[in-house]
Design a protein around this ligand. Structure first.
Ligand code: AMP
Length: 195
């Protein structure tokens, strides 16, 4: 199954993607994770992306498209994947369409976690304090300023993707304001699957 998981920062995409990975036995392809790994490794891509990521701005399409093109060719992604954090702009969505068409592949669905954008800053603040309390590392872009920039980028650049995929009959909106388990159930039932 080839899926996109769409939703604003802090909506719980990572958590839900992990459940879907287990249930569907396909890998989660998170461009954020790929970029963070590149930054940690100080690779050329990481060096280019670091400052933009810390500010909460989107990195260039060229960088992200190269990462995704290489990743979807890996053997573990041949029978399916869950894209998390990609596409984030209409031009990325169009590039993904081309990439898949060239391989005669198609998306099965675009799962959209619908959350109240105004509740997200509070959710992020809670997540940061919980992470700190556990003694885990807090993401460099989980500061209030960077988070607001990420939300703004989502509003301006990613929200139009809902209409893009709705027009293609692929969009499956799911209420993301419920408990983690209920959201997981909601995602599976929209795919006509049981937990
Ligand atoms: P995420 O882990 O998905 O929240 O992504 C963290 C950061 O990585 C974002 O704020 C962007 O700076 C960058 N990023 C991740 N995915 C993309 C993408 N598809 N396009 C552009 N920038 C991205």
């Amino acid at each position: 199954m080839r899926l996109i998981l769409l939703g604003p920062p802090g909506a719980g995409k990572g958590t839900q993607a992990a459940h879907l990975v287990e249930r569907l036995s396909v890998p989660q392809l998170s461009t954020g994770d790929m970029l963070r790994a590149a930054v940690a490794a100080s690779s050329p891509v990481g060096l280019q992306a670091k400052a933009m990521m810390e500010r909460g701005e989107l990195v260039s399409d060229a960088i992200v498209l190269d990462l995704v093109a290489a990743r979807i060719q890996q053997p573990d992604a041949v029978s399916g994947f869950i894209l998390d954090g990609f596409p984030r702009t209409i031009s990325q969505a169009e590039a993904l369409d081309t990439m898949l068409e060239e391989k005669s592949l198609a998306l099965d669905a675009v799962l959209e976690l619908q959350v109240d954008l105004n509740a997200l800053v509070e959710r992020m603040t809670t997540r940061v304090s919980e992470t700190r309390a556990k003694g885990d590392l807090v993401r460099a872009d989980d500061t209030p300023d960077a988070f607001r920039t990420r939300l703004e980028a989502y509003r301006k650049q990613t929200v139009p993707l809902s209409a893009y995929y709705a027009n293609r009959g692929l969009l499956r909106p799911v209420d993301g304001m419920r408990s983690i388990d209920d959201v997981s159930q909601g995602l599976l039932s929209t795919l006509n699957l049981r937990s």
